[in-house]
Design a protein around this ligand. Structure first.
Ligand code: SF4
Length: 480
């Protein structure tokens, strides 16, 4: 089977500024491609955003025409991508009318029934973990054409939509077998790195002019260190309850330290020297200390941004980090979200760090010369005075420890705890259904922060204006 796997970022087509958003490709796409390749299939991974950014005239049409795929597998992971994904599906169906189009990713997993019902150009949806179902689909298409044994799978037969059971979840042994860094299977392998939209490297933490990345040197390679989460942050579609619903996964699993190090080594051989980890489920023992020792044993000198969600990094972790990673382009980031500890706990539950533990970590990092970055959120339960208090606290930490600051709205995500249970969090969603999210993604101008966060939020615009005027907003899009 010839399979083309495509990542399609969200985009704006306003006449003044063409902005691409969601440039980070889900880490699992390369693993799926590698598994297909190892089992005798022909496969290519395409990052449609990098194609547009680097060569706007070479549209997805030309790429599909030259590869002639049997299967076009498109990731619809983030809800922002929905309208752009729909456009690519419709184009693909015209150009490659004989190809079978399949959707996967978290947003597709949440809205699989609506997709099968409303998007006739989509032939199949895979829910949850996709690698074995995609392989089983390729085998079925190559052989009997019977899809009843393909796990996590939705298809149509005899005019009826069928949804097979959510029976496959990768375990840790499977995750360790998969290869998440086979960049040789990508078009433009040197441009894979996702744009990092935070403030690291900006001397004054102010928002800079557009970050337009034209080559791999500015890109971060996002590592797959595991799957799932043990926390229940209200706004996060990657929470425990969301994973249970979309993937059938009850608890997080990690990859082995040596396998993460293998990915770093392999990506480094392709010219990548900046890596990113945003996988740190609270309350779990992680492989990161072993990973750092392994990297030093292998003499691998690279940069890492590590988002700490679990325990605040202790002395030992910070020391290992400082011995292992280059200082340039490395950082440890923490997400206090607000200076109000009670509010933080209300939205994040037991995973919430305390202000004093955050400050201790910042002090440790400063002692070892490690850059730090703090993320804050615009939260519906925090009024303008609360935001200013958070900013005052953040500024005091920045002055003391040199940390960069980013403030951003948290948007409604399909399948997040407060989307599933808004009354518990006292939010009134504006975005609930498949079509709500689709329309929102089509109407958004991704060259600016959103006009609303997808739920009622009194004073939202004032808070956005404030973070913009103070130069605190993240900017994670590229212009083409
Ligand atoms: S720690 Fe919170 S924000 Fe991070 S993945 Fe888990 S639920 Fe989401």
């Amino acid at each position: 089977m010839r399979t083309q796997i495509i990542h399609v970022p969200a985009k704006s087509d306003n006449q003044k500024e063409n902005a691409l958003f969601c440039m980070i490709m889900p880490a699992g796409l390369l693993a799926m491609a590698d598994l297909l390749k190892k089992t005798g299939n022909s496969v290519q991974v395409v990052h449609a955003g990098m194609e547009t950014a680097l060569q706007p005239k070479n549209g997805i049409e030309n790429i599909l025409e030259s590869f002639e795929p049997d299967i076009i597998a498109i990731s619809m992971h983030w809800h922002h991508q929905m309208a752009a994904v729909r456009d690519v599906i419709n184009k693909a169906k015209k150009i490659s009318s004989g190809s079978r189009i399949i959707l996967g990713g978290m947003t597709a997993s949440f809205f699989y029934r609506e997709i099968m019902h409303e998007w006739n150009n989509v032939d199949f949806v895979i829910r949850g973990d996709g690698e074995l179902p995609l392989l089983a689909l390729a085998k079925a298409l190559d052989g009997s054409g019977d899809f009843s044994g393909v796990p996590n799978f939705s298809y149509r037969k005899d005019g009826q939509t069928r949804h097979n059971g959510l029976t496959y979840q990768a375990d840790d042994a499977m995750l360790n077998r998969l290869d998440f860094s086979n960049l040789a299977l990508m078009r433009r392998p040197n441009t894979y790195g996702g744009l990092y939209g935070g403030a690291i490297g900006r001397s004054n933490s102010k928002m800079e002019p557009e970050d337009t990345r034209k080559s791999e040197k500015d890109g971060y390679f996002y590592l797959c260190c595991g799957r799932g989460c043990s926390a229940g942050c209200a706004w996060c579609a990657g929470s425990t309850v969301s994973h249970m619903r979309m993937h059938g996964r009850r608890k997080p699993i990690f990859r082995h330290a040596s396998r993460i190090a293998d990915d770093i080594q392999k990506a480094a051989s392709h010219g990548y020297h900046r890596f990113y980890i945003c996988f740190d489920p609270p309350g779990q023992s992680s492989p990161y200390m072993d990973m750092m020792r392994t990297l030093r044993d292998r003499n691998l000198s690279v940069s890492l941004i590590f988002e700490a969600y679990g325990q605040p990094p202790d002395d030992e972790f910070v020391l290992e980090f400082s011995k292992t990673f280059r200082k340039e382009h490395s950082a440890i980031t923490l997400s206090p979200d607000t200076s109000d500890e009670k509010l933080r706990q209300f939205y994040k539950g037991k995973a919430a760090m305390t202000n004093s533990s955050i400050e201790k970590t910042l002090a440790r990092c400063a002692k070892h010369g490690i850059k730090t970055e703090l993320y804050f959120a615009l939260l519906p339960g925090q009024n303008f005075t609360g935001l200013k208090k958070s900013h005052e606290w953040a500024k005091s930490l920045s002055e003391k420890y040199g940390c960069s600051l980013v403030f951003m709205p948290v948007e409604m995500e399909p399948g997040a705890p407060w989307h599933l249970n808004p009354s518990k969090y006292d939010v009134k969603p504006l975005c609930v259904s498949f079509n709500d999210f689709l329309e929102r993604s089509a109407a958004r101008d991704f060259s600016h922060p959103p006009k609303d966060p997808g739920y009622l939020f009194s004073g939202f615009e004032r808070q956005i204006d404030y973070i913009l005027s103070e130069g605190l907003a993240a900017r994670d899009y590229v212009t083409s």
